[in-house]
Design a protein around this ligand. Structure first.
Ligand code: BYC
Length: 475
């Protein structure tokens, strides 16, 4: 039931062949997608054979097939979780009604907006990562980067399918616009802030996949609850792919931390200059990268009070994380939630209607989840006998969205004046010198089983292959 038809030009499990109009529309979009990939996808990678996994079925077991593929020939397609005809809406004003298979007219604009915003992040991340192949610390890492890139491409397909199938002419126009905006472009940028930032080096890449892909996990999870069933079914399958992206981030940072701890022990030092001279990334720099990626990522959850968020929930379009597991009325009217604001120069909590605070609810769920992985990085330090501990900065640190935007706080959450902020900026966020130092370590390592000096090897290879497997063959 979950199996995917690969004999079609566009692989799918949605019987695309039966809907000729849709098939034709998507087949017209397909060459534009390839042009986009050639234009701003992974740099100089066209001839490479990459050991990639491709979905063969959307079933929980055995959906992945591994083989050498040229990325340009990757079978991007449309994969939805199998249909459950009895699925009901679990929250909001339509709670208990049957899930919609078509877009309800009154929710059309909001649904389109959610789908476009989700879709926009996918090509954006590919654009942000396009130069990283040139400096991959190993073939194993290069393969992981490329796996993520092709899957983000497929996630774009997932949203474009919804736009084409359910939103008529304006859906088709939005699908075109998704290929026209560009990450960081002054005139036509991507929609959300974090997706216009640079991902200039591999430490940034691992932080991005740890934090920003985790925003993906939480947003997609909220969308799997949607009353609009096609959105729920497509995001469910996307989530299975997202897990690998976060693994790349968590294990990547962990390996960087492990190498640094090893160098610190060998030299018996915690002097930044000595660690750097030995070719490892000092822990304070890793902390500053963490501060940056964490803060721009928590901005992605939107304003702490948002009437959009209330509308999305009440109209059954976007639920909470694990909505079904929550023990409340799933309507939330009359309930409150705590958000932060500044009063008399200090951060204080205040109660606001929960429906308006649902962006904050999701942000707090994300924060809990992020902290767990940082604990695992700290275990690596603890085991190595290094006293330093990584931590997330305060929620109010370096924010640009919502009530905390523009409020200057230290990473530990003290409201500070402009002078203190400026004097400490280079201690709290990556400085130009930090970035230049990290950049100086970057350089492609392309010998199977070899790793750049600044990162430890992984614990195991991909799909039970050895670590020294030739994961990428250069054509
Ligand atoms: N940057 O009322 P608000 C992923 C705008 S990541 C710039 O809070 P709302 C992935 C907002 O648009 C998951 N602008 O808005 C990860 C609004 O603009 P207008 C992506 C921002 O709608 C790695 C205004 O500020 N998916 O999949 O409640 C690699 C007022 O804000 C930002 C989704 O995000 C920002 N950070 O909340 C690849 C799910 N934040 O109307 C992929 C779909 C807010 O005043 N999106 N604004 O012009 C949503 O659910 C909502 O759009 C948001 C925003 C939660 C993002």
């Amino acid at each position: 039931m979950g199996s995917i038809d690969y004999s079609q030009k566009i692989p799918n499990n949605v019987n695309l062949a039966e809907d000729r109009t849709l098939q034709r529309a998507l087949e017209q979009w397909q060459p534009n997608f390839i042009d986009w990939w050639d234009d701003v996808g992974p740099d100089a990678s066209t001839g490479y054979d990459v050991y990639l996994r491709t979905a063969t079925s959307v079933d929980a077991q055995g959906w992945a097939h591994f083989d050498f593929v040229k990325m340009r020939d990757y079978r991007w397609g449309i994969f939805l979780q199998p249909n459950d005809p009895n699925r009901g809406i679990g929250f909001g004003d339509h709670k208990g009604e049957k899930a919609w298979t078509d877009v309800p007219g009154e929710h059309r604009a909001n649904l389109r907006r959610i789908i476009v915003t989700q879709g926009d992040t996918e090509p954006a991340s590919v654009e942000q990562q396009r130069h990283l192949g040139a400096t991959a610390p190993s073939l194993y890492d290069l393969r992981n980067l490329f796996q993520i890139n092709v899957e983000e491409g497929r996630h774009l397909w997932a949203m474009v399918y919804l736009l084409h199938k359910h939103f008529g002419r304006d859906g088709r126009e939005e699908a075109e616009a998704l290929l026209e905006r560009r990450s960081g472009d002054e005139n036509n940028p991507r929609i959300l802030g974090a997706f216009n930032e640079k991902t200039p080096d591999w430490l940034a890449f691992f932080m991005f996949t740890y934090f920003t892909d985790r925003d993906g996990k939480f947003q997609l999870s909220a969308l799997t609850e949607s009353g609009f069933d096609p959105l729920a079914r497509t995001t469910k399958f996307m989530l299975t792919e997202e897990a690998h992206h976060m693994f790349v981030g968590e294990s990547g940072v962990s390996r960087v931390v492990a190498r640094t701890a090893q160098v610190m022990k060998e030299l018996d030092t915690d002097e930044v200059a000595q660690v750097r001279a030995a070719g490892a990334i000092d822990l304070p720099t890793i902390q500053r990268y963490l501060n940056f990626h964490y803060s721009v990522t928590i901005d992605l959850f939107g304003a702490d009070q948002s009437s959009n968020a209330a509308t999305f929930y009440s109209s059954g379009l976007k639920g909470r994380y694990e909505e079904g597991k929550r023990d409340d009325d799933h309507l939330l009217k009359g309930r409150t939630y705590k958000v932060l604001e500044v009063q008399n120069g200090a951060l204080v909590e205040k109660d606001v209607p929960m429906l308006n605070a649902l962006n904050e609810v999701l942000r707090d769920d994300f924060i809990k989840d992020s902290v767990a992985g940082i604990g695992r990085w700290n275990k690596v330090l603890e085991k190595a006998g290094v006293a330093f501990r990584l931590e997330v900065p305060h929620k109010a640190f370096h924010r640009n969205i919502g009530a905390l935007a523009g409020i200057r706080t230290s990473p530990d959450g003290r409201v500070v004046g402009g002078a203190e902020w400026s004097a400490n900026l280079d201690r709290w966020l990556p400085s130009d010198a930090d970035r230049a130092f990290v950049a100086s370590l970057m350089g492609r390592v392309a010998v199977p089983g070899k790793f750049a000096h600044w990162i430890a090897p992984p614990a195991m290879g991909i799909n039970r292959q050895p670590i020294d497997f030739e994961y990428v063959r250069f054509g």
